[in-house]
Design a protein. Sequence first.
Lengths: 345, 294
Amino acid sequence: MLGGLFGRSERDPDDAESDGEQRSRPGGEQRLRTDGGATASASAGTDASILTRLRRSEFVESIPFWGPPAVLVGIFVYGAVAWNLVISLIGWDGLGQPEYTDFSLAAYEQLLVDPSFTSAFWNTLILLLVFTVLSLAVGLLLAILIDRGIRFENTFRTIYLLPMSLSFVVTAIFWAWMYNPRIGLINTALRGVGLDVLTTAWLSNPDVKLFAIIFALMWQFSGYCMVVYLAGLRAIPRDQYEAARIDGASTLRVYLRVIIPQLGASTMSAAVVLMVFALKAFDFLFVLFGVNPGQSADILSVMMYRVAFDRLQWSYGAAVATVLFAMALSVIGPYLYAQYRRGEL
Amino acid sequence: MSRVDDLRGTLAAVDRSRAALYAVLFAMVAFYLAPLESGLATSIKTEAGFRATTPYAPPPLGEFTLAAWQVAFDRLSQGLINSLLMAIPATVLSALLGSLSAYGLTNLDWRGQTGVLVLFVAGVFLPYQSVLVPLRQFWSAVDLPSLIPLGFVGSYEGLITLSLTHAAYGIPICTVLFRSYYATLDEEMIEAARLDGASAATIYRRIVLPLSVPIFAVTLIYQFTQVWNDLLFAIVLVTDPSNQVVTVALNQLQGSFVNQYNLQMAGAFVAALPTLVVYVLFGEQFAKGVAGES
């Protein structure tokens, strides 16, 4: 290991003088510590220089562990994002190979005047907002219900989280059947309770299409929000409930005034995950609609795939991808910064 | 614990209507299971059966059949095998790399590790669309069979490509999961081993790795589900039909049997079966993985 090259000053018996814990050990034990085979090369200096060397050697020692994964992440994540940005500038389309000679912002200018980009952009924002708020609300409700000291808590929790373990390909097929206009469960149930007026072709009616997608995605993700909120709820000391109850507050008031305000961190982290998911949601829509969900349900992630991999307008697709990346960054940037400020990274 | 239970008990007693609580809980169970239940019921009906009955009703007499499951299984079996061949190495690889990097970034102390960590964490949230075009370019430039001169590489090129891709993009989330666990390890124990002269590698092998079994379980289960369920990378990176994974095969089955809902539902269940089994057996670990993503 690299660490051996530098020796480890903390092994030097002289250094032991500066370390209370080490000094308290019987001297014989020190002689047994010879597993690494490296000998300490430098003798002790001042405490400060020992500390520096210790830090340095921990850094050097740590490289073999995080180095290779970091290189992979560097290439596949950051290298690819940078490459994508370059591709978006070179006006590449069709079956040939890209030529990295002429750079221009033409793809981005095209975005600004492309009506399908405009509608996909707004649909993405609607999806992001409504889906996030809805999933958070349902997840919070579930978490509060589960946290009421119920029986079979684990079973309920397992059932609510179950959709999250399924592929979007699977859930899209289920929901296409649920939404079937003639014999699907939703319309059958609506007719059953006399609400025939509400029945519609959920996945082809442009007025409700996007909402139908959001509802199905909420079904899949609310269990996730429940898990996050449940962890948040469990971290709140029980006596806070009790104190509020003694003050005579109703259950609803206890939750609204005391409990929910303390769930800010849970809300934030769940919201970030949901919003980023909304930006990359692709599989579910692709299974339902292929590359053409129609103007009322088109979102940027589907548009990116359609433009690049169906129409082979690589640079234009890369430009859409850059927009998506920027949107994701604007969600996670502030979040990571806040986490960093709170020392939670 | 009993004090907490007492308090919960008091709360429960004050609660105006316990029955309403359970009514809502069961209504939500119905909501979450309805798509699966009606899918399951439909999958065992004949075509006449599912057209004549409501979706959630069990098949009427004489309309019960497992034919749809048979067809779906025949159609998807190659995809199931391919998905397993692809997902297991990808999962193991990213879990191992995640464990290593989390150790290097958590239990070893050095300046600047937060900066490296931020790059990993941000990677968790990457929309894959923003790397798709370069990724396709990258893999078309890499000639795997000549890089790895083994007989099987040529015929499994698509699966190997997909597996390596998933392994690489799985590193950030695996690192985050392992890190949150390694941060709770007893600092003094590691420090003591260090003072005893153990190298970082020895500490990892002798102390950290044996303690990592629970978090390996969480990460492997969560990551396996993620990799198994993916469609986007598979449709972009795998062109050879013999290398098709199960999500792609299921999507094609759905497209080629329009309106044969019994077949579509059976196919959905066949493709989901491995993840469902994993979820039922290891729900606790899956929940931890899901929660750790935030």
